[in-house]
Design a protein around this ligand. Structure first.
Ligand code: NDP
Length: 293
């Protein structure tokens, strides 16, 4: 079993980005600038945004964090988005999800200019990604593809089963794995909560990508010998022995599944770190105008 080490690979990706930023600086080019909007004070969102800001520092980007109160009205958030859309100094920005219930996430996603949508959630970017055209690919699926690439994992002709069909992880992942490209070309099955006899599908997977958000849901009997298992799940589980009061669990019961796998991602230390590195990569692409020329 080989561990797909998100810590090592994300550090490599970030080091490559830093080299590019250093070159831009030396040639007098513009230093990439990522902005993040955080509405409210959700603990997990604070953690994610914090790690994005730290990653910007690591790769030499500029970053701005715009904090807004949980009671912020949708039109107030829209004004901030409009300001960021029109600010030539900001190359890309994200609005951290989830948003408070009274704000419509779809409206927010659509309000971000596709050219600055480094999360890759805008319908234009999703459409371009689906058609195999240049686009910002949403950071988690993009991170998984980069992981497969860095470990040079043969995917062509394999059966990839994706569990979860969210717009930000499962569905784009299933599209990417079915595309005509080197680290794809899979036969794809997309499972969700209405799938009957889920285990009969997961057991057929050469590559199993799990993004459903239920701690340790996938057990050893659901996985084929030699499978490649990518665990996207991040769930906080109460743990009185930890100072924080919780421990992070993936969607896969790692201890019993890992011995059966050819490759597996740990949680933490797997996909999550790749997600942040991919956001940095999208921001660099935006600053260099490589997607929207
Ligand atoms: P969503 O809640 O949006 O989607 C979950 C998906 O899982 C849905 O499609 C749902 O089906 C499906 N599902 C739920 N229960 C079952 C079940 N029993 N059997 C089969 N399918 C099921 O989650 P996200 O995609 O946003 O996130 C998934 C997990 O990944 C979460 O733990 C999240 O925290 C984590 N995550 C991690 C990231 C990272 O960087 N590592 C980034 C983003 C998310 P249906 O559509 O029918 O409801």
């Amino acid at each position: 079993m080989i561990l797909l080490d998100g810590k090592k690979i994300s550090a490599e990706v970030k080091a490559e980005i830093k080299i590019e930023v250093d070159k831009l600086r030396e040639s007098g080019g513009k230093i990439p600038h990522l902005a993040a909007v955080l509405v409210g004070t959700d603990g997990a969102s604070e953690t994610y945004v914090g790690s994005k800001v730290r990653s910007c520092e690591e790769v030499g980007f500029r970053s701005s964090l715009i904090r807004m109160e949980a009671a912020t009205k949708e039109d107030e958030l829209m004004k901030v988005i409009e300001g960021l859309n029109n600010n030539p100094d900001v190359d890309g920005f994200i609005v951290q999800l989830p948003l408070p219930k009274h704000i419509n996430e779809e409206n927010v996603t659509k309000a971000i200019l596709p050219e600055k949508d480094v999360d890759g959630f805008h319908p234009v970017n999703v459409g371009r990604m689906t058609l195999g055209q240049p686009s910002y690919i949403s950071a988690t699926p993009y991170g998984i593809i980069q992981m497969l690439e860095k470990y040079n994992i043969e995917t062509s002709g394999k059966h990839c089963v994706v569990v979860g069909r969210s717009n930000i992880v499962g569905r784009p992942m299933s599209i990417l794995m079915s595309q005509t490209s080197k680290f794809a070309n899979c036969t794809v099955t997309l499972c969700h909560s209405r799938t009957k006899d889920l285990a009969s599908f997961t057991r057929m997977a050469d590559i199993l990508i799990v993004a459903l958000g239920k701690a340790e849901f996938v057990t050893a009997d659901m996985v084929k010998d030699g499978a490649i298992v990518i665990d996207v799940g991040i769930t906080r589980v109460a743990d009185a022995s930890k100072k924080s009061g919780y421990t992070i669990k993936g969607d896969v019961k790692f201890d019993e599944v890992a011995p059966k796998c050819s490759y597996i991602t740990p949680v933490p230390g797997g996909v999550g770190l790749m997600t942040v590195a991919s956001l940095m990569k999208n921001t660099l692409l935006s600053a260099k105008k490589e997607i929207y020329k």
